[in-house]
Design a protein around this ligand. Structure first.
Ligand SMILES: [Cu+2]
Length: 244
């Protein structure tokens, strides 16, 4: 329906809500743009120097107040009935962890480190002292909870049709996890673990984009994410586990 906008494919459950909101905001912007442009041209002609050498006392009449109130009402409606409900669904209605796929994403200059808890559903301990080139997350493999964990770099797989909770953080500077097809964008802030959730509704492979200018090689900070059937996802996870 919204193909004419040229947006990325809408592949998550809440994507249509976000798109609808974007369309409404753009309609309001279009009305304001056309309205102000017409008014601007009218003022240029009506108050040109040859016709109006002396300035007048200003606006008379009530129609400008009416227009301003109309714009205000439209903006309040957008905010109260579309924007705030969509936002509160994102931040308030988190699915329970047992019914979701939980994955940690740790951004760093200039990679996405992905961490799955493995079959036991528990993330292994991580420690700063263990961080090195081969272990960018500092995962402690000696920890029983960490033995079956799966870590990847710039490659995230997620199952179709189940809620996903991403626990997002950063090792160095502010990055931003953008999954355009999921209509997800969230800053990754050092020292903060920020959860984000969504439910993929379409299979495919797309790019993970960093949406904050995070340093010299920001442009090549990209990964890929694959949405696949739960069975394919489990198979992929098992394969990763066997080839650490
Ligand atoms: Cu970045």
């Amino acid at each position: 329906m919204l193909d004419w906008l040229g947006l990325p494919v809408a592949a998550s459950a809440h994507a249509a809500d976000i798109d609808r909101l974007m369309v409404l905001v753009h309609w309001l912007m279009l009305v304001l743009f056309v309205g102000w442009s017409v008014f601007f041209v009218y003022v240029l002609v009506r108050f040109r120097a040859s016709r109006q050498p002396e300035p007048t006392a200003g606006v008379r009449g009530r129609w400008s107040t009416g227009v301003e109130v109309g714009v205000l009402v439209a903006e309040v409606v957008l905010l109260a009935f579309f924007s705030i409900p969509a936002w509160s669904a994102r931040v308030d209605s988190f699915p329970a962890e047992f019914e979701a796929t939980v994955v940690r994403v740790v951004a760093e200059q200039f990679n996405w480190n992905i961490h799955y808890p493995g079959a036991d559903g528990r993330f292994g301990r991580t420690a700063l002292a263990l961080v090195d080139v081969n272990n960018p997350l500092g995962l402690d493999r000696a920890d029983p909870a960490g033995r079956d964990d799966v870590t990847t770099v710039n490659e995230m797989h997620l199952p179709l049709g189940r809620p996903v909770i991403v626990q997002l953080s950063s090792k160095d500077v502010v990055h931003s996890l953008a999954l355009p097809q999921m209509r997800i964008k969230q800053d990754a802030i050092p020292g903060v673990v920020q959860p984000v959730w969504f439910t993929p509704t379409e299979a495919g492979q797309w790019e993970i984009v960093c949406s904050q200018l995070c340093g010299l090689a920001h442009y090549r900070m990209r990964g890929f994410y694959t949405i696949q059937s739960p069975a394919d996802f489990e198979a992929w996870l098992a394969e990763q586990r066997s080839t650490p």
